[in-house]
Design a protein around this ligand. Sequence first.
Ligand SMILES: [Zn+2]
Length: 127
Amino acid sequence: MSYKLHHEEEGTCLECGSVIRGRKDKQFCSLSCKNRYHNRVLMNKRLMRAKTMAALTGNHTVLEALLHEGKTGAEMHELLDLGFDPGYVTEHRRGHFRHDEYACFDIWYCRTESRIFNVRRKVSDPR
Ligand SMILES: [Zn+2]
């Protein structure tokens, strides 16, 4: 019976891919690789959040313009031409008439594949 007290394994650096010797839970070959890796992860998160906020802001601008023109609906192809991206919403629920209802911040609307309708600004809860 033999025990290996100092089990060493070779791993590869998550940043540069070079071989790491030593503790098997070590993920990086150097502090600079560790920093580069974590900076990139943070940057990707920031970019993802910025992209989502830009899409939601763009949708909100399109919806506000509709309301400003006194419209409560529009064809999806028109919205897409204006840069509306139906994949970005802040809330979703099944509405009273079994239509899917979506929100972009304070503006709610119903949506089908081809159009949106019943666009209205959310009335704030008086409670
Ligand atoms: Zn490295």
